[in-house]
Write a protein that binds this ligand. Structure first.
Ligand SMILES: Cc1cc2nc3c(=O)[nH]c(=O)nc-3n(C[C@H](O)[C@H](O)[C@H](O)COP(=O)(O)OP(=O)(O)OC[C@H]3O[C@@H](n4cnc5c(N)ncnc54)[C@H](O)[C@@H]3O)c2cc1C
Length: 267
């Protein structure tokens, strides 16, 4: 499956929206009638410089036919929006300097570029029977949190804590729910203020359904707090370490299984 870039928009200094379109996306969402999970994601396959295939290719075939150094980089991105009638798929990329395959690619993407992808996969949607929805994350989780907020009906209660680099990095979020939304900002003195922002919250009354996705060590610290201090049931939490500071996605995937195992065992 592949999409052709139809537009590129800088939403904030660190977030770039890329909209993909074209017949290469037909059948992207097999069950169009079903309400999708709010954290659906695609696997992008990004060819390295010098690859003798592409721009449209079959990742499974390349895996069989090409050496390791010519394999595409694999990166996961949340489906921010999917329009099945217009065949338009919206992805929001964090641009974090010149490093990395995906962030840098999004920063320089132009209409007409092609992106090969597989998916979607997913795992979370706000549980309508919960009393409160807690949504926590960094910029990489903003797309999934934005989709979750848009899906909540009027009368639902949400508490949202997000982290970014400063006021101009904040994004307006739309919801019909009764939502307490606050952003915290990284500073040189405090580069990871999100766990403290969650620790500062009073535990809401009733059953809390939590979505905590973003940088691995921050997600883990917040999960420990929700388990230990708030006493949330493990089954009421979706906690996913999307990326790990100082590690490329390749390095992270090599150790992620063990990390998640240890995280799941946290008391
Ligand atoms: C299910 C899922 C859904 C995701 N959805 C999104 C999404 O919608 N949008 C999105 O931007 N990301 C999303 N991510 C995270 C994204 O896949 C990773 O951040 C990925 O590592 C980015 O790849 P890269 O090639 O830009 O950087 P890499 O080559 O992987 O890393 C290069 C360097 O940049 C650092 N880095 C990686 N990501 C970030 C970041 N967000 N902020 C600061 N530094 C970083 C790394 O630690 C490393 O030092 C998702 C991840 C998962 C598992």
């Amino acid at each position: 499956m592949h999409g052709v870039v139809t537009s590129v928009e800088r939403l904030t200094p660190s977030l770039v929206r890329v909209v993909l379109g074209g017949d290469g996306l037909s059948g992207f969402w097999p069950d169009a009638g079903e309400t999708p999970d709010t954290d659906a994601y695609v696997n992008l396959a990004l060819p390295p410089a010098g690859a003798d295939y592409g721009p449209v290719f079959d990742p499974a075939e390349v895996k069989e036919t090409h050496p390791r150094e010519l394999q595409p980089a694999r990166r996961r991105y949340t489906v921010r929006a999917w329009d099945p009638d217009a065949l338009l798929l919206t992805l929001d990329f964090v641009v974090h300097g010149d490093e990395g395959a995906a962030g840098a690619l999004a920063a320089s993407a132009r209409p007409g570029d092609v992106l090969v992808l597989t998916g979607p996969g997913s795992g979370y949607r706000p549980d309508p029977s919960a009393d409160v929805h807690l949504l926590v994350g960094d910029e990489s989780a903003v797309p999934a949190i934005a989709v979750a907020l848009e899906s909540l009906p009027a009368g639902a209660r949400a508490v949202v804590r997000l982290v970014c680099d400063g006021p101009d990095h904040e994004l307006a979020l739309v919801t019909r729910a009764d939502a307490d939304v606050a952003w915290v900002h990284r500073t040189p003195e405090d580069p990871t203020p999100l766990p403290a922002a969650v620790a500062a919250l009073a535990r809401p009354e009733g059953r809390v359904h939590a979505f905590v996705h973003g940088e691995a060590d921050e997600v883990r610290e917040i999960r420990r707090h929700l388990l230990g201090t708030w006493g949330l049931a493990r089954s009421d939490m979706s906690c996913s370490p999307y990326w790990r500071r100082t590690m490329t996605d390749e390095a992270w995937r090599a150790v992620k299984r063990e990390y998640v195992k240890a995280m799941d065992a946290d008391a």
